[in-house]
Design a protein around this ligand. Sequence first.
Ligand code: SF4
Length: 593
Amino acid sequence: MARASSMFITCSTSRSRNALDQGSPDLLASRGPMTRRRVIAIAANEVILQGRFTPFSFGARRVWATVASSPAGREADVHFRESPSMDVDEWVDWVLSVEPDIVGFAAYVWSFSLFLRVAERVRALRPACTIVFGGPSARPQMFDLPQFRAHAGLLDALVLNEGEWTFAALAALPSLDTASLATVQGLALHARGAWYETAEPPKRALDDLPSPTQLGMIPAGRTAAIETYRGCPMSCSFCQWGKSDVPDRVFSAAYIAADFRALAALGTPNVHLADAGLNLNSRGFKSLAEAERETGFLRTRRLHAAVYPTQLKDEHLSFLASIERPQLDIGIQSFNPEALASAGRHFRESRFARMVETLRELAEVETELILGLPGDSPESFRVSFERALELGCRLRVFHCLVLPDALMVRDVEQNAIDFDPVTLMVRSCRGWTAKDLLRTREYVAEVARQRGGDVLSNLWTMPETHGADGQQARGDGPSAAFEIGAEMFERVRGIVGRATRGAWTVRSVRRERARVLLDVEVRGQPLAIEAAVSSVTAQAFRRVRGIAFSYSTRGGPPDAATLRELVAVTDPLVEPARDVLGAAERVKLTVVE
Ligand code: SF4
């Protein structure tokens, strides 16, 4: 990730703008009673990503398009600035130069403190200006943090959740005093030392939203955004979307097709699906597929999208096969069932690896893990990390963030989280001490460096591997398993012999990454036993003191005598398994009963 300090985009919209003058009749009909043209400024700080993926502040542009297309906006001068600049003076100069009556800042994790400092200066230099924060970090919870508590009264309002219509309603107020602001639905206001929220706005049809793409309000040559629905059906505790509404509103195929046509005319090289996932809303997907059938836009432009492998259906695979090879993100986050359950995230192990393989035939696949998830641990993170690397896809590891509406307010006591109030990065939490996090960060950074990936403050990337890791994951390369040494072999052989009164013979004992594999012979029949760390193993025959045991036979299921012996064998095998796995991971394994 890099910041391009010289890039910025500044635009204004006024009545003379042709694109807006072609708006719908109801937008054109109303002319407000204001005597002085109101000036509205919207500011967005963008993160420039290197390479082919170069998105921009699409959400802020949606707000800009909605305000500029509204009756009040058409009577106003609306200025928009998007820049990666982190220079407070530069932002203050721009705001003052347009002399706004209202300024709205798009607040994200990376831009919240920047815009707070800008707002402080604007408040001092232009006291009558109404200052509003919108975006994912515009939440009262942010002002409960010690660093920002003193700023709670600085802003006039926070725009909560979907900001387009709310900001347009605020911009249309004849007077911007506190009593008038309180009549706008969807705001948080600060009065007498506390925040309160105004009424929730009604949900409007998504097709009513003016499209910045169709109105010519997006930059050329960048990765554009397409939305097909809003919200997410899942509720992962670490994600702000986990609190969003049931995704029952979708954009129509006609709307998306019009966006595609506008993007084709603009020469857009690639698009990013701004939805929670390609396959999490069947009606949204239907609109997308229909728009693509009608325009063929994605046949020659790359689509970047998130997918959830265990929810993939044939229709998704056919769609992906029909467009230019897409780039798909798979958020694994963790393979640890306990950490996933604690985050409220569903995961079906049985389908996962197979679907990833299928997707790799059709797309560039990137996987994602979170380091420092509450309920995870250094040991189980390492196992997740190894397993993700084994998949052979490009892997991104993010340091866990404590976001508003997410971990900042959900399961707070249970998770015992301490976090940095500016970066929002977890410093310690349930399962992780501060030292654990530092050590694991160093470990991941070292692997990233060795593999030629990126090492950033809260993100590490490992390039795709076409070699050993990927081959092993697909079972078509040489095995990484190796014998555990004569002494350990004798120890295991003795344990198994005693526990089964000589009925079982151990043929081999190997360690393969985070598993110990035993091949035994039971009354002339082969039996394979696997011992792995319990906290990262979804299915098991038995779990004993942090070790999960499973078995497989050739032919039918084991008979009753073999099952009894399996139970008898697993108890005494726990210690050698822990010794082998602990030595392999160079960590002390946690005990999970
Ligand atoms: S992480 Fe993905 S699936 Fe979970 S709530 Fe967020 S968007 Fe939805």
